[in-house]
Design a protein around this ligand. Structure first.
Ligand code: R5P
Length: 287
């Protein structure tokens, strides 16, 4: 039985379709004062899969997820698998300044307390947050799906990480496509000057794909796109797993001369063209 929270209804329906499982509908609305009403419709079984991304509005999506889980538990559903395609609050994985809440770990504690028996998620921003879990967690990678998409639209691209932190993603995609990859390196060339450029490769006249896990404000991609253009890239495509896309970030990215922006549907957006339904369905079958 598959239950989709309001942030992931279509994806939940696609996953139910892939698995041949029942899609259980829910009723969710807000009372006039803003409080949330949740009702799970249909006949429940002993096992359920709840699918809910916890992107914007994060707090509402999280509360809805907790209501669904606790509700299932008290309705005697014993095995509850939770799929969080985009894991909101995943970036605060440590206390950077005294007194800060480690939000990633708090969310995980609450999920465990709510009765989740297993968690599935996709390209967590910080893999080390899996250490906070006491229950099994499957951190899936959507990079192979992005690689398949790129294969269909470009011949011999160069895969560029916008910074060293994203290099592992560029490596993964380039490994699948058997093409070159690199990352943009920031170098101080004088006390007042910093230069950012591809570390090893010449991108002149090359078709470049910039890959990152998340596009949020778009600042990272905008900067990377401008640098690749300055270095002569003939075509630039921007790709990510989680299109958070704050405000008009998408327009600002296109305005740098990027030909296309592609993302998965862990979050719904205008550029969510790559479906993670099969990736999640496969993981649910295996575990
Ligand atoms: C950072 O570590 C992440 O991998 C992304 O590069 C970052 O979240 C992107 O943020 P923005 O779009 O705001 O530059």
């Amino acid at each position: 039985m598959i239950i989709g929270g309001s942030a992931s209804q279509k994806l939940a329906a696609n996953i139910a379709g892939e698995l041949g499982d029942t899609l259980c509908s829910i009723e969710t609305r807000k009372f006039p004062d803003g409080e949330r009403y949740i009702r799970i419709k249909g006949k429940l079984e002993d096992e359920a899969v709840v699918i809910q991304s916890t992107g914007y509005p994060q707090d509402e999506n999280l509360i809805e997820l907790f209501f669904l889980l606790k509700n299932l538990k008290t309705l005697d559903v014993n095995d509850i698998k939770v799929v969080i395609p985009y894991f909101g609050y995943g970036r605060q994985d440590k206390r950077f300044r005294s007194g800060e809440a480690v939000s990633a770990s708090i969310v995980l504690d609450l999920l465990q307390d709510s009765g989740a028996s297993k968690i599935f998620t996709i390209n967590l921003h910080e893999n080390n947050i899996t250490e906070f879990f006491d229950i099994p967690v499957h951190n899936l990678s959507a990079m192979p799906l992005i690689a398949d998409y790129i294969k269909e639209i470009l011949d011999d691209p160069v895969i560029i990480a916008p910074d060293k932190g994203a290099l592992e993603h560029a490596e993964e995609i380039a490994g699948i496509l058997r093409c070159e990859h690199d990352y943009l390196e920031k170098r101080r060339i004088s006390p007042n000057e910093v230069e950012t450029k591809p570390k090893n490769l010449d991108v002149d006249e090359r078709q470049a794909v910039i890959i990152d896990d998340i596009i949020s404000t778009g600042g990272t991609m905008i900067n990377a796109s401008k640098i690749l253009k300055e270095h002569g890239a003939s075509k630039i495509i921007v790709a990510c797993v989680h299109p958070v896309l704050v405000g008009n970030s998408l327009l600002k990215i296109f305005a740098t001369g990027v030909v296309d922006v592609v993302a998965t549907n862990t979050l719904t957006s205008d550029v969510s063209v790559i479906s993670v339904a099969s990736l999640i369905a496969d993981a649910l079958r295996r575990y």
